[in-house]
Design a protein around this ligand. Structure first.
Ligand code: KIV
Length: 266
């Protein structure tokens, strides 16, 4: 039926200026539904600590749990490209990084995502040397919530914006295969797009990125509490979960999502 999405397909979108879609997936059923709805990439995110486990941060999530959920997602051999998150402290040393990446890749992941900036250069290079594609998550990196003092938009001051741009440029040059920007003003995203070549995935990072990602439960509108500014409920107005996933995919690809009300402008 459909060909499987590979890293080259995702890189081709960046080169061509076209867009792709990503949602989080933690289990076999939703992985298959999302993939069948046309979603190009699935992220086994450590957000599962909040949406599945009920914690108030991602810090309690263990490597063992990430391996388990990655295996659940990949077992159905989804057409979509599967990325697994390194949980808190799983990439603290080079030795830890290699062991954690090995277990996640052996569970079926096709790429590993790590949170942080230029301090990850060593890990990115070593992973690339061993054949592991890497996504670097910058901006509001939830594992740093205790240093940030809350879940706050990043890059609002000139100094932090400059640091984010420099970090993205350095990681891209060092061979990061993908960048993910969370909660940064549109103008910071524009600067990062100008100095990088890898596909850039955004969440609360404006319309200019190559791709958009949302937490599955957020796009279905079933996460308790007040949704973040960048969240759109795609289930309201759709006849089914499948239709909501497909509406998200179409809205990302057409550029209809994110709209100005989902963005941070300064
Ligand atoms: O853990 C996660 O789901 C994430 C996305 C929200 C980007 O990192």
């Amino acid at each position: 039926m459909h060909h499987h999405v590979s890293l080259s397909h995702l890189k081709a979108h960046r080169a061509a200026g076209t867009r792709f879609s990503m949602v989080t997936a933690y289990d076999a059923c939703f992985a298959q539904l999302s993939s069948d709805a046309g979603i190009d990439s699935l992220l086994v995110g450590d957000s599962l600590g909040m949406v599945l486990q009920g914690h108030d941060s991602t810090l309690p999530v263990t490597l063992e749990q990430m391996v388990y959920h990655t295996a659940c997602v990949t077992r159905t051999k989804p057409r979509a490209f599967v990325i697994a998150d390194m949980p808190f402290m799983a990439a603290a040393t080079l030795e830890d990084t290699m062991r954690s990446a090995r277990l996640l890749m052996q569970a079926g992941a096709q790429m590993i995502k790590l949170e942080g900036g230029a301090q990850l250069l060593g890990q990115v290079q070593r992973l690339a040397d061993q054949g592991v594609p890497v996504c670097c998550h910058l901006g509001l990196t939830p594992q740093f919530v205790n240093r940030f003092g809350g879940y706050k938009v990043q890059g609002r001051t000139q100094a932090i914006a400059d640091q984010l741009v420099a970090d993205a440029q350095a990681l891209d040059a060092a061979g990061a295969d993908m960048l993910l920007l969370e909660c940064v003003p549109n103008h910071v995203t524009a600067r990062i797009m100008a100095v990088t070549q890898a596909p850039v995935v955004g969440i609360g990072a404006g319309p200019e990125t190559t791709a958009q990602v949302l937490v599955l439960h957020d796009l279905l509108g079933i996460t308790p509490g007040k949704p973040a500014r960048f969240v759109q409920n795609f289930l309201s107005g759709s006849a089914s979960i499948q239709a909501a996933l497909s509406a998200f995919d179409q809205a990302v690809k057409s550029g209809a999502y994110p709209a100005p009300e989902h963005c941070f402008v300064d």
